[in-house]
Design a protein around this ligand. Structure first.
Ligand code: BGC
Length: 488
């Protein structure tokens, strides 16, 4: 990496800069993370981590829950999927909360919801209470999924914005990986209450860190608290030219007029960024990521990994750990190479991997029709494993982090909260549909065609991004807004 992400010490101001800045404000280069920006980063990491953990943990917890409450198939689906439903509702409410109460307080609320939801699930005496807990924690996921990246995008200097929002994605992947690990570790004892309740610990920590975290100066300006905005900006980014920075936010707010109603979010003027945000949210899901995250075990089982242990091990390391590591590529390159290059390159790799998985499954089908079931992974099974690892790597440096970054930077301030909420809710809706119907689609058209369908969506996404999504690297949020105004 060209610049360190965390800079513990503030470097001395160069002599020439002293003349331009107020005294006692050492100059901090745009790429440096000051201690207060590091606090913002911690808020983002906890929010994303809880998102990932709550998404990943249920597969392992379900066995024990089924045994404790002897659930009907319908209730199993409800227990599994109502987190997504809660997240969808939480995301929609979160935009409003983030605009009314501020980004920081909204994250506080999310922290409280994570904690309460985790405890309700862990202590649930019956299915009804368990489902209520799933809904509460889901709402926390949705609220945090909107508020935390928005908060990061508004506080980070433009040169670091991509990395800050990508850190959110990194945290999601760490959360999923930890959930896989904890599930594997506790699987023999069926301790589903601990698996689900463990989220209370980071929930409390998120709440505590958010308590001391700074407010978003952009939001403070939105609600007319200019003095607070100046103080917060000087604290978070010492050395920044406070007056000119606030002047630019003020100008944008003046140009925008007032805070938009829901109707205005859908106004013609903002149709282009809204379509880009929603389009990216949908493509992130229909290109297959969660089909693989949720059903990796089953995919590996059909590819010849016969024992439960081999499936869990492969899923944990080949999917979970690789997802974390490959996200680091995005953090290193998103602000250097730009959003478009990462998206377009990643989609080519994702499509190629999915086509390969489809071909491998044709061989697996042919082999299983001819002979008795293999006693271990076959060559097509190993090819499937390698292709899925390749898919995860390509997703993790492109459609994962870049989609969240772009969604959080393209909207003008007065509609940002609501528009990000819409894109996030659509993302959850698409995730719900894909995970709900993946097995049915496989049952109807078979493994190979299902993976080729995902590959086709990658191609469509590539073409659409090539023609529709502009590069936003290195531009301030104000400059990005000018992009849309210039086009209308
Ligand atoms: C997506 C999640 C997905 C995760 C996998 C995120 O960007 O929104 O749906 O599970 O990436 O790493």
């Amino acid at each position: 990496m060209r610049s360190p992400l965390i800079s513990p010490a503030v470097p001395a101001a160069p002599a020439s800069a002293d003349r331009l800045l107020p005294p006692l404000q050492p100059r901090v280069p745009e790429q440096h993370v000051t201690p207060w920006l590091a606090v913002v980063l911690v808020v983002v990491l906890f929010s994303g981590g809880l998102f990932g953990y709550d998404q990943g943990v249920i597969s392992g917890a379900l066995h024990g829950i089924k045994r404790t409450f002897s659930l009907s198939p319908l209730l199993i689906e409800v227990v599994t999927s109502w987190v997504t439903l809660g997240a969808l509702i939480g995301a929609l409410v979160s935009g409003e909360l983030a605009d009314r109460m501020g980004r920081k307080r909204t994250v506080l609320i999310a922290g409280a919801m994570f904690t309460v939801g985790a405890l309700v699930q862990a202590l649930a005496p019956d299915t009804l209470v368990l489902v209520a807990g799933r809904l509460i924690i889901g709402a926390g996921v949705g609220v945090a999924a909107v508020a935390a990246p928005l908060y990061a995008a508004e506080l980070a200097p433009s040169a670091l914005r991509g990395r800050f929002v990508s850190a959110y994605q990194l945290a999601i992947t760490i959360g999923i990986f930890l959930a896989y690990l904890i599930d594997a570790w506790l699987s023999k004892t069926d301790s589903w209450r601990i698996m689900l309740g463990a989220a209370a610990v980071p929930g409390v920590l998120l709440f505590l860190v958010a308590l001391v975290a700074p407010q978003s100066p952009r939001w403070l300006m939105m609600v007319g608290r200019k003095a607070d905005a100046a103080a917060e900006l000087a604290r978070v980014r010492p050395g920044v030219n406070v007056q000119s920075h606030l002047g630019s936010i003020e100008k944008t707010l003046r140009d925008e007029g007032h805070k938009a109603s829901w109707r205005e979010v859908f106004d013609r003027q903002w149709r282009r960024p809204l379509l880009i945000g929603v389009g990216l949210a949908v493509f992130q899901q229909i290109t297959g990521i969660n089909a693989i995250i949720y059903y990796a075990d089953q995919i590996f089982a059909s590819a010849g990994f016969v024992t439960q242990t081999s499936q869990t091990t492969v899923t944990t390391w080949a999917i979970g750990a690789v997802n974390v590591l490959a996200t680091l590529i995005a953090i290193a390159y998103i602000d250097r190479l730009g959003r478009r290059k990462l998206l377009l390159t990643g989609l080519v790799g994702m499509a190629a991997s999915l086509v390969t998985v489809g071909i491998a499954f044709e061989f697996i089908k042919a082999a299983s029709a001819g002979t008795a079931a293999a006693s271990g992974p076959t060559i097509p099974g190993i090819v499937t494993l390698c292709a899925l690892v390749c898919f995860i790597i390509c997703f993790a440096f492109s459609m994962g982090p870049v989609v969240w970054t772009v969604i959080n930077e393209i909207f003008p301030g007065h509609i940002r909260g609501r528009a990000v909420a819409i894109a996030t809710a659509v993302n959850w809706g698409a995730a719900f549909l894909v995970s709900q119907f993946f097995l049915t689609v496989i049952g109807t058209i078979g493994n190979s065609l299902t993976f080729w369908l995902f590959a086709l969506f990658c191609v469509v996404a590539w073409v659409w991004i090539y023609f529709r999504v502009p590069e936003t690297k290195g531009q301030s949020l104000e400059q990005i807004q000018q992009l849309w105004l210039a086009k209308t």
